[in-house]
Design a protein around this ligand. Structure first.
Ligand SMILES: NC(=O)C1=CN([C@@H]2O[C@H](COP(=O)(O)OP(=O)(O)OC[C@H]3O[C@@H](n4cnc5c(N)ncnc54)[C@H](O)[C@@H]3O)[C@@H](O)[C@H]2O)C=CC1
Ligand SMILES: O=C(O)[C@H]1O[C@H](OP(=O)(O)OP(=O)(O)OC[C@H]2O[C@@H](n3ccc(=O)[nH]c3=O)[C@H](O)[C@@H]2O)[C@H](O)[C@@H](O)[C@@H]1O
Length: 442
């Protein structure tokens, strides 16, 4: 029995690699020829911890093959995962073109008894409509079309796929249950069987709740700044209540990534199309946007102007341990600062390409600091915690550190400032200014 995975982005590739190492024979298919060529050469087209090893093992075992021929992948597979992208349309709603393209191909090449698993994040009603289109356009008897949302996080995607908290299956036909149990035999997570539309909404509800939690703490960070309170104390003070939990309470310049911004926007549009409003999510978006505006305003205020100021930027990816810059806060930071005339030199441990030609990428964190008016951190890469501060202070024109991720505790920064002339600004905490006269401003 072969399992086909169509669409080898983050979700598809991790799904294919994990299943191929857990007793399944997998076909990975994608229309992107260069991706498939790279995979044939043994190179993963994305960076994800542990993925290269899994793909190499599957290759050595002969449990994975790749192809650009989607029709062949459909014909040969008993179970077919659909993991193509569902990006935003200009109005923010989900673009389902890739999903319908695959649906058409399955209608043409599908086989009797096949199980179709829609893994892409799709608006409520899409899986029902997918199944309906197959029935209308094909006389084959598919076992079922189910929705199995994916909850993995980039940067720990392999771990999350192999050790999920839960597996959600939106289905129609009871007879898929044993097949699903066998498919996910490697996981001890509870499997929640529910209606297809419920499964679709669970995915949106999870992402928007997490984003809302981030915006909630970020909303408080602004209040903390107004009252001289410390947002880390607030997060600790509420996070110890198990009903709230400490997760996703890290204040910062806001959430980014390929999913939170896109999914919240898609959900708002979906609700709107059905006559509903989602004010909590509209506020979530608004706070997220305000967070970066506020951060750049503080930087501008401290420097007097951003015009012709030189900014050393550490961190471009939307979160650590990935090279993904989709909707990364760094993009908006650069847009705002460049529009005000700033020059930006940036370093990121993994990002090698950035869409703004005016942002010069350097290959060493210290290389962006020489003569800079401020050092700005936008991604919480652990390695930024262990910089050589003596070197940093010697390189910077002004010893200003704007930490957009609260990478250091107030205690740590107070300790650091005893021996280094750093002025430290962060999110939702009083700024620390020690050694005021020790550093000669060049
Ligand atoms: N990136 C993530 O961490 C997560 C993503 N998701 C959801 O999973 C879905 C996929 O996301 P990503 O993996 O990030 O997408 P992606 O954009 O990285 O990859 C999608 C892949 O599908 C391929 N594709 C498009 N049309 C195709 C077609 N007709 N035939 C074959 N291949 C085709 C593209 O070439 C690309 O390689 C989205 O709906 C996303 O919201 C869900 C959970 C986590
Ligand atoms: O649907 C998806 O694609 C995925 O979206 C998120 O995963 P991901 O985008 O990989 O990253 P997160 O770790 O959730 O972080 C998202 C953003 O929120 C920010 N964040 C996160 C946590 C926090 O406390 N504060 C905060 O600002 C991060 O810096 C990052 O920019 C969800 O966590 C996954 O469960 C989901 O499957």
């Amino acid at each position: 029995m072969k399992i086909g995975v169509i669409g080898l982005g983050y979700v598809g590739l991790v799904t294919a690699a994990c299943l191929a190492n857990n007793g399944h024979q997998v076909i990975g298919a994608d229309i992107d020829r260069s991706k498939i060529e790279r995979l044939h050469r043994g190179q993963a087209p994305i960076y994800e911890e542990g993925l290269d090893e899994l793909l190499a093992q599957a290759r050595a075992q002969g449990t994975i093959e790749y192809m650009t021929d989607i029709a062949q992948a459909i014909k040969e597979s008993t179970i077919l995962f659909v993991a193509v992208g569902t990006p935003s349309l200009p109005d923010g709603s989900a673009n389902l073109d890739y999903v319908w393209d695959i649906c058409e191909q399955i209608a043409t090449y599908g086989q009797d008894g096949q199980l179709i698993i829609l893994k892409s994040t799709v608006p409520a009603g899409t899986t029902d409509a997918f199944a309906e289109r197959l029935i209308q356009n094909n006389h084959t008897r598919f076992l079922d079309v189910i929705h199995n949302p994916e909850f993995l996080r980039q940067g720990q995607a392999v771990h999350d796929f192999l050790h999920p908290d839960r597996i959600v299956i939106g289905y129609e036909n009871e007879s898929v249950i044993p097949m699903i149990n066998k498919l996910y035999h490697f996981s001890e997570a509870p499997i929640q069987f529910c209606r297809r539309t419920s499964a679709e909404l669970i995915k949106y509800a999870a992402n928007s709740f997490l984003a809302m939690k981030i915006s909630y703490i970020n909303m408080f960070s602004q209040l903390c700044e107004a009252f001289g309170a410390d947002i880390s104390d607030i997060a600790k003070g509420i996070g110890t209540d198990p009903r709230i939990s400490p997760h996703f309470l890290q204040a910062g310049v806001g959430y980014g990534g390929s999913c939170f911004p896109k999914d919240i926007q898609a959900l708002i549009q979906l609700a709107k199309a059905h006559g509903h409003t989602l004010p909590l999510l509209e506020a979530t978006q608004q706070i997220n946007r305000r967070q970066m505006t506020h951060f750049t305003e503080k930087l501008e205020q401290r420097l007097g102007t951003l015009d012709r100021k030189r900014i050393a930027l550490l961190g471009l990816s939307f979160k650590p341990h990935t090279d993904d810059i989709r909707e990364a806060p760094a993009l908006r930071f650069c847009e705002i600062c460049m529009a005000k005339g700033a020059n930006i030199l940036a370093y990121d441990p993994l990002v090698r390409a950035f869409p703004y030609a005016h942002v010069k990428l350097v290959s060493d964190p210290y290389a962006c600091m020489e003569g800079a008016n401020a050092l700005v951190i936008l991604t919480d890469w652990p390695e930024f915690r262990t910089l050589n501060w003596q070197r940093v202070c010697a390189l910077l024109r002004e010893p200003l550190l704007f930490d957009g991720r609260n990478l250091f505790s107030t205690q740590e920064i107070k300790f650091l400032s005893q021996s280094h002339p750093l002025e430290y600004h962060s999110i939702g905490r009083p700024h620390v200014k020690v050694f005021e006269t020790a550093h000669q401003v060049r």
